[in-house]
Design a protein around this ligand. Sequence first.
Ligand code: S3P
Length: 434
Amino acid sequence: MSSQNNLIINKSKPLIGNLKIPGDKSISHRSIILGALSDGELTISNFLSSDDCNATINAMRELGADITIIDDQVHIKGKGLFSLKKPKQIIDAGNSGTLIRLLTGVLAAQDFDSVITGDDTLKKRPMGRIIKPLILCGANIEASEYKAPLSICGTPSLNPIEYNQDVASAQVKSCLILSALHISGQSSFYEEIQTRDHTENLLEHFGYEIYRDGNSFSLKGRQKLIAKDILIGSDISSAAFFIVASLIVNGSCIEIRSVNINKFRTGLITVLRKMGADIEITDVKEVSNELIGNIKARHSKLRCIEIKGEVIPSLIDELPILFIACAAASGTSKISGIEELRYKESDRIMAMENGLREIGIVVHSSKDSIEITGGKITGGKISSYDDHRIAMSFAIAGLISQHSLTIMNTQNISTSFPSFVTLLRELGVEVFEV
Ligand code: S3P
């Protein structure tokens, strides 16, 4: 292990200030893929320059896209829906589940073959959820045990898609939407539980017609995507760490500006408010067919909560930091229906359970649930399991820990939030890298 990958965090003074959090990860991926498939030139502002999203830029360049980066702006010369070229090498999705799943939807409908893979973590994650529905509409994909690497034999004449949600996953839905764009005829989609609709919103931003009706929508393939500039709001999944930090550290008040508050992403705010959190959202406006607003969170006395069901997909990436809020709340919280958490960058139920127990919190889990009893966080040494959100969640726990908290192997934070430590330090937190 190289040095500088472990973080030591000490108990913090009140956190006070305004923060600018980097752009939304989900929208950053989508803006590159759809931008390259559009007709015309566009500029993406507040793009998230992180390992995951940079992997998407590299992948699309490998497929012939014309993408230039100047400071935090990305310029794309879109060449149209069927403009991609056969890659010269295997496409590397790195650590990114969003990239491999979304891009496979595009690659399945091309007139060339390709292979896409990723790092050791990504190679363990389930891909059957995209491979099976793609095969049903005529795609030709080979993968051992439904895991990466995926060998895709491009099929330009796929049949229209009839999607009936099996797992509540925006990645699966978006993979199939991206295929449907290339398929002549009407594809239809039904979600029992609605998930983030950034792909649909961005398509509409590019003038692509989608017929939405409650939990269903349909679209006709092979329409034109008309290039248009995109301004990306800050990522609520990254803001979440500072929102919870402000709630649990005595005397804190943090405001975070221009955060994307898409209604399928704000489950954490709803749940924290039910726990007694003082959170205000102001200056709500629409940008690039998405809602953004300023979020202010003040230190609050939190109570335990029980959640399950529809709210889960709307805070799926925020569950680890919600568990830290539960550890700082009074009483025993129960969060159920979260088996999906076992298939993320790590088995996040296992990683959080082990870490919380290590720092003195009483916690029990089942295959799809966790119970956390609020208490004193003692400190100690925990593993990040090479997972960015586990590392950042425990860094926030360190702010209220009696003794210092050491988090091992935190280099993965750069997959989604490279400026995380810098922002903590700007708020006056003592962070040591060893
Ligand atoms: C994402 C959807 C979610 C989320 C991931 C990003 C997306 O995954 O966990 O970090 O951009 O569509 P699932 O759709 O698999 O739940």
